[in-house]
Write a protein that binds this ligand. Structure first.
Ligand SMILES: Nc1nc2c(c(=O)[nH]1)N[C@H]1C(S)=C(S)[C@@H](COP(=O)(O)OP(=O)(O)OC[C@H]3O[C@@H](n4cnc5c(=O)[nH]c(N)nc54)[C@H](O)[C@@H]3O)O[C@H]1N2
Ligand SMILES: Nc1nc2c(c(=O)[nH]1)N[C@H]1C(S)=C(S)[C@@H](COP(=O)(O)OP(=O)(O)OC[C@H]3O[C@@H](n4cnc5c(=O)[nH]c(N)nc54)[C@H](O)[C@@H]3O)O[C@H]1N2
Ligand code: SF4
Ligand SMILES: [Mo]
Length: 756
């Protein structure tokens, strides 16, 4: 029996098609021009109800990403040590030979790593649970543990779910305090706000204030009214000081959320000793500037603080992200327009479904080797390599990567690469033969990006305005392409020992589960809701179930005029559901439906923070990371190459360069505990003295890569420098920011290095 089902027909779709960009959290609406099956050009959709004509160079390059000649189109299977092209049947047969015995012997011996693009992809969001359920392993990994975990943890503790984050209502605020984020480049994160830069301009044009806290004068800091060039890893100290000033000056007023809040006095008491004078030398920010920020923020009619990855992947990540919430709450910003608000996800989610987590979603189990606590059902990526490389019961012997590149994105790259090489069986679902997939035993190619539907079920929790948008597939899969949800279900069937089970039957199982929830939400029978979404199948059926049982849904007919997938298909520019509305207390999923701002897990970490204020001042260089306009983590450098070596080099302040006798443009050797890299030196006063910065996602080197343009300008892999043992203690999030490094001349020239 062929595994390629159903029959695939090439469909020519000449003309313009609506498409939500899958690359970043801005989720811009695009118009893609097709010539037959080939995407020719992309432009912003001026009528998109959410992005209103915004798009960036990456989204406008989607046709080139889809058309990249290096993109994989055929499965690969390792035979006699070499990856060779194979049929789908051969690839699944190889998976069937290697994977089930491992699962049968010990489900924990199979690890799964799902990468960043999976969070944007319907097939993965909807069907991966079926695969993970079939495997039954606790060795689950994703970039969340090197990205949002501190924020997820705080959100669970304060509001009850990991996704129900408070969002900065930047369009209605008068003072935006941004910590550890550079949205002019990144387009923002854990907040979907297409055209972030324009929104910041609007804020300033209406007389508002932008304060940026960042060790570097980023493009966002450049347009700010106030830039505090903080020492890496000291945001929690600064935030404590802001709270201490606000308390001392009698500016505490929790506003409408107040009656729901417990523990504020306890946190304020903890903050009291962290006076501006006390933290100023720690943060490298003047006490007067801290006092001024505290009173300006508290006095603003509407104000909100928002923290992102610079505050997460650091030594005090959970404390920093906690204190941002506390600052918003203490100054009455929670759940008010212009403050920190909650979205209402149109396809529903943990903040709209009844009930809440029965148990806390962290530390239910620990990693085998190092005993690191689980967070939200996953383990820290910092454990991935050691779980593979350390023998003993429960050792990981197979790894499945899905839309991820751990060889470049995970800290401690040297051990990660060794683990990828040595793991018994490596199965990768990806579009490229890259630094990770080159080690695979089987690679399953992702179809082109226009052959599946798109709706941001996860990111909808972070939308700055309530909108509902869906992009239907533009193309049917090309001959030889297999939709990813088919791939995932096929692997699940193989793992369950029923490899011949048709995908359609597996899909019915997934739909039954989804229908049970939808029926419960609407007080209907499971058969009724399934009949209502018939004859849809696959992701579309699941999306229809979610949308119709969602907060704006038609409840399968009970609410005429409510949303259905058909409504969204008929409104390609999206359906505008209005600005964010107050959602307290309904949004809460804490056990008592209240907000405890002083959970013991977080208050218990304050003594560590206090102790650090007594430590001797740090005189060494500290490395931080940055994002670049045209890249997307590690994976767009081939399709959208920089004209020069876009890696951009090591950014260093002129005072440090002078002190170390380093010359701009020369090659320098950056050394840290785990390893070293050689990069070009870029001297700039845009970074504070004592701090250097490198972008991540580079280092396109190694045998067996098929990325002709990326390998021509490979850049250096910053994760060779990041120690997988240096973790934020509450979550196990790696410390990317504040890595101690030394820098010296490399003793080699750019030309010599290129020949190596
Ligand atoms: N163009 C582009 N856009 C992207 C991505 C990309 O690779 N390229 N990646 C996407 C992804 S996966 C994510 S998660 C988001 C992230 O989006 P952002 O959170 O906006 O990420 P960055 O642009 O890296 O900004 C982080 C900032 O934190 C600063 N920083 C470093 N250490 C500290 C510190 O200790 N304290 C403070 N206050 N600041 C610090 C850095 O200097 C940097 O400017 O971006 C997304 N968007
Ligand atoms: N030092 C340092 N390291 C970092 C960070 C940092 O700031 N500093 N940031 C971290 C963050 S925030 C993140 S999110 C991670 C990202 O970590 P990863 O997700 O591991 O890395 P990406 O580079 O996003 O890799 C995405 C992979 O998905 C593939 N892909 C793209 N689209 C599809 C698709 O539709 N289907 C399939 N099957 N595959 C697809 C690409 O080819 C690529 O191999 O990196 C983290 N690593
Ligand atoms: S900002 Fe993000 S979503 Fe918008 S076009 Fe660029 S990459 Fe795509
Ligand atoms: Mo990320």
């Amino acid at each position: 029996m062929s595994h390629v089902e159903p029959a695939v027909l090439p469909v020519a779709r000449t003309g313009s098609h609506h498409r939500i960009c899958p690359l970043c959290e801005a989720t811009c609406g695009l118009l893609v021009e097709f010539d037959g099956r080939v995407a020719r050009s992309v432009r912003p959709n001026p009528d998109d109800v959410f992005s209103r004509g915004h798009a960036c160079a990456k989204g406008l390059g989607l046709a080139r990403v889809d058309g990249d000649p290096d993109r994989l189109t055929v499965p690969l299977v390792r035979r006699d040590g070499r990856l060779e092209e194979a049929s789908w049947d051969e690839a699944f047969a190889e998976i069937g030979r290697r994977l089930p015995p491992l699962v049968a012997a010990d489900p924990q011996s199979v690890a799964v790593y799902t990468g960043n693009p999976a969070a944007h992809h319907l097939d993965h969001t909807l069907y991966l649970p079926a695969l993970l359920g079939a495997i039954g392993s606790r060795n689950l990994f994703s970039p969340a543990s090197m990205d949002t975990w501190p924020k997820n943890l705080v959100t669970v503790l304060l509001y009850g779910t990991g996704l129900g984050m408070s969002l900065p209502d930047i369009d209605r605020t008068d003072h935006l305090l941004l910590l550890g984020s550079n949205p002019v480049v990144s387009n923002g994160s854990t907040v979907c706000a297409p055209g972030f830069a324009r929104r910041l301009d609007d804020l300033r044009a209406r007389g508002g204030t932008l304060t940026v806290v960042d060790p570097a004068r980023t493009r966002t800091a450049e347009i700010a009214d106030r830039h505090l060039a903080i020492r890496p890893g000291t945001d929690a100290h600064l935030l404590m000081a802001l709270l201490s000033v606000i308390d001392a000056e009698g500016l505490v007023d929790p506003g409408p959320a107040g009656p729901l809040v417990d523990g504020l006095d306890e946190v304020l008491a903890l903050a009291r000793p962290f006076t501006p004078e006390r933290v100023a030398p720690v943060c490298g920010v003047g006490a007067a500037a801290i006092r001024d920020l505290a009173s300006t923020f508290a006095a603003a009619r509407a104000a909100v603080a928002h923290s992102r990855i610079g505050t997460c992947t650091q030594e005090y990540g959970s404390l920093a992200n906690w204190l941002v919430e506390v600052l918003n709450i203490a100054t009455g910003r929670l759940d008010v327009p212009g403050g920190a608000m909650f979205a209402t996800p149109p396809a529903g989610g943990p903040t709209t479904w009844p009930g809440g987590p029965a148990r806390p979603q962290f530390d239910r189990w620990r990693s085998r080797v190092r005993g690191i606590p689980e967070t939200l059902g996953e383990l820290s990526v910092a454990c991935l390599a050691e779980e593979i490389l350390t023998p003993g019961p429960g050792q990981v012997r197979a790894l499945i990567t899905i839309a991820g590149n751990p060889a470049r994105s995970v800290p401690g790259s040297a051990s990660v690469e060794r683990a990828l090489r040595e793991v018994g069986f490596l199965l990768c679902l990806d579009g490229y033969l890259n630094e990770t997939t080159r080690h695979a035993d089987v690679v399953l190619p992702a179809p082109g990006m226009f052959a599946h539907g798109h709706m941001d079920l996860t990111l909808n929790h972070f939308q700055l305005r309530n909108v509902a948008r869906y992009s239907p597939p533009v193309l049917t899969p090309a001959p030889g392409e297999l939709p990813e949800w088919h791939q995932v279900l096929r692997i699940a069937a193989i793992v369950r020992g029923v490899p011949e089970l048709p995908v359609a039957a597996m899909d019915d199982e997934v739909a039954d589960q989804a229908a049970r929830r939808a029926a419960r939400l609407c007080g209907l029978g499971q058969d009724e809701v399934l009949a209502a979404v018939s004859p849809r199948r696959g992701p579309e059926r699941l999306v229809d179930l979610r949308v119709r049982s969602g907060p704006f849904g038609d409840r399968f007919g009970a609410e005429p005029g409510g949303l259905t997938l058909a409504t969204l298909e008929a409104a390609p520019d999206g359906v505008d559901l209005g600005p964010l509305e107050p959602r307290l207390p309904d949004v809460l999923r804490t056990p008592d439906r209240r907000i405890d701002v002083a959970p013991g897990l977080l208050t218990g970490d304050v003594p560590r923070l206090w102790a650090s204020t007594r430590a001797a001042p740090d005189t060494g260089l500290r490395l931080i990371n940055r994002r670049q306009h045209r890249g997307m983590n590690s994976w767009l450098h081939n399709a959208l190459p920089y004209r020069d070596d876009g890696a951009g080099g090591l950014m260093m302040h002129p005072d440090d360069a002078d002190r170390l006798g380093l010359v701009p443009g020369e090659l320098v050797r950056v050394e840290a505990g785990p390893g070293e890299v050689v990069v070009e030196l870029r001297v700039s006063s845009d970074i504070r003295p004592g701090v250097v910065s490198l972008p991540h996602g580079w280092g396109h080197t190694g045998d067996g890569l098929r990325m002709s343009r990326a390998t021509a300008a490979p850049g250096a892999n910053v994760n060779l420098l990041v120690d997988d043992r240096s973790l934020e203690p509450l979550t196990g999030t790696p410390v990317f920011n504040g890595v101690p490094v030394t820098v010296r001349p490399a003793g080699t020239t750019v030309a010599e290095e290129a020949r190596r």
